[in-house]
Design a protein around this ligand. Structure first.
Ligand SMILES: NC(=O)C1=CN([C@@H]2O[C@H](COP(=O)(O)OP(=O)(O)OC[C@H]3O[C@@H](n4cnc5c(N)ncnc54)[C@H](OP(=O)(O)O)[C@@H]3O)[C@@H](O)[C@H]2O)C=CC1
Ligand SMILES: CC(=O)N[C@@H](CCC(=O)OP(=O)(O)O)C(=O)O
Length: 340
């Protein structure tokens, strides 16, 4: 399986390559970028030592042609134009947002451009998702926050335990914002500080969470989402709450989570009393989940931890690729985190 990676100089592209280097069926083909085209990969992604001698090429359909799989790890709005010119021969896996949303109006509202379309959604743990991914030639990889939030909350909605309103506060490491230089990501701004951003329902991952949770609930779920930036390079910790339906017990909550997540290779419901941490999932394609019922407040509290670059992007992409190609779903994907 020969794979090309567009956006190989970026954070998501680098993580895809780290995982492909450990994937027994993968051969790494073209590596492309934009402003860094012509540079040696060793200068841009020094952690990828086996690829240090490779040169980054420009992102053109000609250079990306002739591969079995093409990963697009490009800024929003760039992948649709590239995908259009690649034809149907390759499996195209888009790590950007272009093909995630089904609602064209929601896309226009949050992204401000015409909607490019909708591809099968690469979150295999969602009910029905594996069937849609099997044999597919196109995959839309979920956003990092929606991955953490959906995995933490969907069992409550699948079991009909929660009212259709969710309140989420999530912390992300800075690599979630990409590698391009931005003043608010300078070390002196980030170190020693936690900061909220995208407050008040304006973050573009809100409609994606609504789409996922509403599909599972069978009714429209409203989402109040507040992201925060944490002084760490990787990781997302999502704290999600939803009002419990009348009569819901702690035992029923626990039982429904255990049932929904049973047999999932990458999602683990922790034993009672143990809470997810970002360190435990760093570099792993895993999500750690814990849930509790706050009986006085009448709310289900679910917490999910993922590595935004692994399960939240590149690992999720490779997991979905494995399913699409008929390979074992777990092939080449790390289950162990890098802690401490
Ligand atoms: N970072 C994360 O945690 C997650 C990222 N994603 C998605 O993955 C995609 C990549 O994100 P990330 O790696 O963080 O971003 P980066 O900014 O780190 O990397 C962007 C990459 O795209 C290339 N690029 C920039 N502009 C263009 C262009 N006009 N045409 C072709 N290539 C271009 C850059 O090349 P060069 O450096 O040569 O200019 C670079 O390789 C985004 O869509 C993002 O939303 C999804 C989930 C999580
Ligand atoms: C910390 C940080 O800035 N995170 C990014 C997460 C976006 C991401 O990576 O997901 P997409 O694929 O949808 O872009 C943000 O909030 O915009």
């Amino acid at each position: 399986m020969r794979a090309a990676v567009a956006g190989a100089s970026g954070y998501a592209g680098g993580e895809i390559l780290r995982l492909l280097l450990g994937h027994p069926e993968a051969e790494i083909g073209a590596l492309t970028g934009n402003s860094n085209a012509g540079q040696p990969l060793g200068a841009l992604q020094p952690q990828l030592t086996p690829l240090a001698g490779r040169t980054l090429q420009p992102t053109t359909p000609e250079i990306l042609a002739g591969h079995d799989v093409v990963f697009l790890a490009l800024p929003h709005g760039e992948s649709a134009a590239v995908a259009e010119r690649l034809g149907d021969a390759a499996l195209i896996i888009d790590c950007g947002a272009d093909f995630r949303l089904t609602d064209a109006g929601a896309w226009r509202h949050y992204y401000g451009t015409p909607h490019a379309g909708t591809w099968p959604y690469g979150l295999p743990e969602l009910p029905g998702a594996r069937d849609a991914l099997r044999g597919s030639r196109r995959i839309a990889v979920p956003g990092c926050y929606p991955t953490a939030v959906t995995l933490a909350l969907f069992p409550a909605y699948a079991a009909g335990l929660a009212e259709p309103e969710a309140v989420i506060v999530a912390a992300s490491g800075t690599s979630g914002a990409g590698k391009a230089l931005k003043p608010h990501l300078l070390g002196s701004e980030v170190m020693g500080a936690m900061s909220p951003y995208g407050v008040g329902g304006v973050h573009r991952h809100t409609p994606e969470m609504i789409q996922n949770l509403s599909a599972v609930a069978g009714e429209e779920v409203t989402v109040s989402f507040t992201p925060t930036l944490a002084p760490m390079p990787r990781g997302i910790l999502a704290t999600c709450t939803a009002r419990a339906r009348p009569g819901v017990t702690a035992a029923a909550v626990r039982e429904s989570y255990a049932k929904a997540l049973a047999g999932e290779p990458f999602v683990r419901l922790l034993p009672e009393g143990q809470w997810p941490t970002t360190a435990a999932v760093a570099g792993a394609n895993t999500a750690l989940i814990q849930v509790a019922l706050d009986e006085r407040a009448g709310r289900i509290v679910a917490i999910g931890a993922i590595d935004n670059l692994t399960k939240g992007t590149a690992g999720g992409a490779v997991q979905a690729m494995n399913i699409a190609l008929g390979l074992p779903e777990e092939l080449g994907l790390p289950l162990t985190g890098l802690a401490p």
